[in-house]
Design a binder for this molecule. Structure first.
Ligand SMILES: [Zn+2]
Length: 272
């Protein structure tokens, strides 16, 4: 892939020595002495100078970029890796922002190597944070997938579910991807019905969160119970239950996640 010096996507050798880089490997981040930022001047001496870096935060004094972690571990480095989810739980808001953007941008570049129209290798756009086809000029920007996440309330009870797959011991809110043509409210009604056979009403937007696993925009809502009895398919949802506010399960979503915040805001509303 060709890179241009003024692009948001640049060769490592073109970055200022003072730039900081976040090295991403899938959903992991490589750490240097327990820090997420690697000095560009260090990486230039040991990595491919043409390796691509993408701008994460160039408005701040730091000038932060992200790139794919190199294969293997260069000799002499004190390298360790950590799951981005764990890092985000203990990072500052700025750190969470940088880690999230780094994951999404590296995933975007690594999964968009060729033009979807004519098949040519994509190049870095000369100015914008975008990839462009030199043959047909098709332009690709980072993709974001909107999702809804909803906490359903029934008097002083809330509906929580254990999802199949990763983190299956945790009881969390119901969530799902928006489909083409849907409003968030329609997605909520469909997902809650599909996953638990519960009808909801009085849907209220609460807050949103970028969720970089790999590129969701989570739209968080509260809703009220309108009817039905819980029934799960045991494929996507293993178990769903109404929990009284005073006896919530111990395995809940982390407080930095919008799911954890939806539950916490519900608990606060009971105290008013
Ligand atoms: Zn093309």
């Amino acid at each position: 892939m060709t890179v241009a010096s003024s692009s948001s996507i640049r060769a490592l050798r073109e970055l200022p020595d003072s730039a900081q880089l976040i090295l991403v490997d899938g959903a992991d981040v490589l750490l240097l002495d327990e820090q997420i930022y690697w000095p560009a001047v260090l990486l230039k001496s040991v990595l491919d100078p043409l390796a691509m870096a993408v701008a994460v935060d160039v408005a701040s004094d730091k000038s932060v970029y992200a790139m794919s972690a190199p294969g293997g571990q260069p000799a002499g480095w004190h390298e360790s890796r950590c799951a981005a989810r764990q890092l985000m739980q203990r990072s500052s808001p700025t750190g969470v922002d940088h880690i999230g953007k780094a994951l999404q941008l590296v995933h975007w570049i690594s999964s968009h190597r060729f033009c979807g129209v004519c098949g040519q290798p994509l190049h870095a756009h000369p100015v914008e944070r975008a990839l462009q086809c030199p043959q047909c000029q098709h332009r690709v920007f980072p993709r974001i997938s909107p999702c809804v996440i909803v906490l359903v309330r029934r008097d002083s009870h809330i509906l929580l579910a254990r999802h199949a797959g990763r983190g299956s011991a945790t009881f969390s809110c119901l969530a799902g991807f928006m489909e083409v043509g849907e409003t968030p409210e329609q997605t909520i009604c469909r997902e809650v019905m599909e996953e638990t056979a519960i009808e909801v009403c009085n849907i209220r937007y609460v807050r949103s969160q970028s969720w970089p696993f790999p590129s969701q925009l989570m739209l968080g809502f509260h809703a009220d119970y309108a009817g039905g009895e819980i029934r799960v398919d045991e494929q996507e949802i293993l178990e769903a239950r109404w929990f009284e506010a005073s006896s919530l399960p111990t395995a809940l979503p982390p407080s930095f996640s919008v799911a954890g915040q939806l539950i916490e805001l519900f608990l606060q509303s009971l105290k008013v």
